[in-house]
Design a protein around this ligand. Structure first.
Ligand code: ADP
Ligand code: MG
Length: 617
């Protein structure tokens, strides 16, 4: 007597409907979920040609009897829910009763299954039953999907390259492994083992299998509980960062979900620990009554709707922030000190008319304190939020605003504007510097504060923007020792698909084993001492954008590099260095905002100052 029932129509109508089989990865997802729901402790996935030729999943779960083995391929056939009430307390990964039916309709399926008492064999093609008979008694299920989309060739056309498809499946299997450390997963492709976890139950070990030992060592465990939710997992120390949120793995009651608000809260919990726009690596399990976590929102079941969301967000924020704060030694804020060395000509290289070669020679030649990190605090890369707020809420307008006010016919700020000639930059005379951070200057109509970091970012940004991707400049620097880069397998595969794109930014990655790459040379304009970092950043950008936009890549790279080497706050400058900086700024195409859009210069009008001192009314 089987356990699968056909849903009645009112119930099936309440299920978020839609086609679930979009690509090989969605088949892998549904079948592995079935294996997990069947209580398996070992699940093996074997793919041929990224799953387009065949997908086989072997589990050691409960299996099915002969009747169920047949029924499982009917639409709305499930053993997991019986009535509408059950829809609100789903504890299994599946519940729609549609996956096997959908998969069988677009492929050729061979199923061997046994519940330990009887064995069954079923063969289907394009949704039609070809054979159903008794089979072997090995407990568990072995299901093989051959020639996916053989009868819907249009679907096949949408498939990207095999490597990209495979990359998606590896990513998926990584997440299964992270959310079920107690299950031993194996994934192989064309006979080669790609992922293998022990099933020991230790998440940290899985993290190490997937991201590598060195990252696993820097992951801190956390745990927290509120009235309705329990969370646990691992969060990276701030020294490890990534360019995107892909490394934040969220599981709600064992289900991998994509939840923008939660990922955002995780990111916020790291506020001031990470440079802006960088993301941590986090693996988090969230447990709550299934009643609070509605998974019946989307057919692929990857989106969920949460009740008591605010409570959960507070729990996540407090737990992760607390964990990271206590794991990180408080950074020592160094007192600003005057440069020990005699002022160098370093800033001169940012004059607008240098050649790449000159610039590089200058950069290579000297390490100057002006270009070194001024403070050990990471977030000083961007001014802390509080600092920015002061600038934003100042009663005085930024110079840019002023110029727009006075010349209403000026086009609005924006990319078009950059092509135009800048509004006139004032003639400035340097008065001094405050807090090693702001330059004070004066002109006929008042005084000015210039954020030295933002100013230099702008100048360098314009320099790098010209140079990124300018392979024609032809100047390349061979590295004494090649640099090596290691990635997880799915990333490595995706990267292999994007080598051409990366080459456009002047970085030629060579494959070195299946997860590593080497770089032997790079464009000469790369800031020296930062080659590894710059290349890693470029690679991450390529990985981040599934569809790649060379223009944006260049733009981002220019911003990143200008930021990397700009003078930080808390750094004292000589008068002639400040003068040089202002002269370069005056030559910039768009001197009034930094590449992140923050003001570079703020104008304190004589008239306003006089009003404050009540010299005028
Ligand atoms: P759902 O998972 O939503 O119930 P599926 O179409 O994925 O729907 O599967 C239909 C039914 O087939 C499941 O409810 C389950 O009873 C049975 N089944 C599928 N795969 C397995 C498996 N690997 N082991 C045991 N039973 C399975
Ligand atoms: Mg299912």
């Amino acid at each position: 007597m089987g356990i699968i029932r056909l849903m009645d129509e009112p119930l099936s109508n309440k299920i978020a409907a839609g086609e679930v089989v979009e690509r090989p990865t969605s088949v892998v997802k549904e079948l592995v979920e079935n294996a997990i729901d069947a209580g398996s402790t070992a699940i093996e996935v074997l793919l041929t040609e990224a799953g387009l030729t065949s997908i086989q999943i072997v589990d050691n779960g409960a299996g099915m009897d002969s009747e169920d083995a047949l029924l499982s391929f009917s639409r709305h056939a499930t053993s997991k829910i019986a009535n509408e009430h059950d829809l609100f307390r789903i504890r299994t990964l599946g519940f729609r009763g549609e996956a096997l039916a959908s998969i069988a309709s677009v492929s050729k399926v061979t199923l061997h299954t046994s519940n330990g008492e009887s064995g069954t064999y079923v063969h289907m093609e394009g949704g039609r039953l070809i054979e159903h008979r008794a089979g072997a008694l090995r407990k568990g299920t072995d299901i093989q999907i051959d020639q996916l989309f053989f009868n819907t060739p249009a679907r096949l056309k949408y498939m990207k390259t095999l490597q990209t498809e495979l990359g998606h499946s590896i990513d998926l299997m990584n997440r299964f492994a992270l959310s079920y450390p107690g299950i031993s997963f194996k994934l192989s492709h064309d006979g080669r083992m790609i992922l293998q976890t022990s099933g020991s139950g230790d998440i940290k070990r899985v993290i190490s299998d997937i991201y590598g030992v060195s990252i696993a060592k820097k992951m801190i465990p956390f745990e927290g509980e509120s009235h309705d939710y329990k969370i646990s997992g691992y969060a990276s120390l701030p020294e490890i960062t990534r360019a995107n949120k892909n490394y934040i793995s969220l599981f709600v009651n064992g289900r991998w979900v994509k939840h923008y608000a939660i990922a955002n809260t995780v990111h916020k919990a790291y506020h001031t620990f990470l440079p802006l726009e960088r993301q941590p690596i986090v693996v988090m399990n969230i447990e709550g009554d299934p009643y609070l976590t509605d998974v019946n929102v989307h057919p692929a079941k990857q989106q969920i709707r949460l009740s008591k969301e605010k409570e959960l967000m507070e729990l996540i924020h407090a737990t992760i922030r607390g964990t990271i704060s206590s794991a990180v030694r408080a950074p020592v804020i160094e007192k600003p000190k005057a440069p020990k060395q005699t002022p160098s000509k370093q800033l001169d290289i940012w004059k607008s008319s240098f050649t790449v070669k000159e610039a590089v020679e200058e950069l290579r030649g000297k390490e100057d304190p002006i270009f070194a990190e001024a403070s050990p605090i990471k977030e000083s890369v961007h001014p802390p939020a509080e600092e920015r707020k002061v600038a934003e809420t100042t009663p005085f307008e930024t110079l840019e605003e002023k110029l727009y006010d006075e010349q209403p016919e000026m086009p609005p700020a924006g990319p078009e504007f950059e092509e135009d000639t800048s509004p006139q930059f004032p003639e400035l005379e340097v008065v001094g510097q405050i807090h090693g951070t702001y330059i004070v200057a004066q002109s006929d109509d008042g005084f000015y504060l210039i954020d030295q970091h933002a100013a230099q970012e702008r100048i360098k940004y314009e320099f790098f923007r010209e140079k990124v991707g300018d392979i024609d400049a032809g100047e390349r620097q061979a590295l004494l020792l090649p640099l090596t880069f290691h990635y997880s397998r799915d990333e490595a595969l995706r990267l292999k698909d994007s080598l051409d794109l990366l080459a456009e930014s002047g970085v030629f990655l060579e494959e070195f084993g299946d997860k590593s790459f080497i770089v032997r040379e790079h464009p000469t304009w790369f800031p020296s001492g930062f080659e590894q970092e710059v290349i890693e950043e470029l690679i991450e950008q390529v990985l981040d954008e599934r569809k790649v936009d060379v223009k944006k890549l260049r733009e981002d790279a220019a911003i990143m590099m200008s930021c990397k080497r700009s003078i930080k706050a808390n750094h004292y400058l000589q008068k002639h260095e400040m003068e040089r900086l202002l002269a370069d700024l005056k030559n910039a195409e768009q001197p009034f905002t930094c590449p992140h859009g923050r003001p570079v210069i703020i104008h304190f009008k004589t008239y306003d100052v006089e009003k404050m001192f009540k010299r005028v009314m």
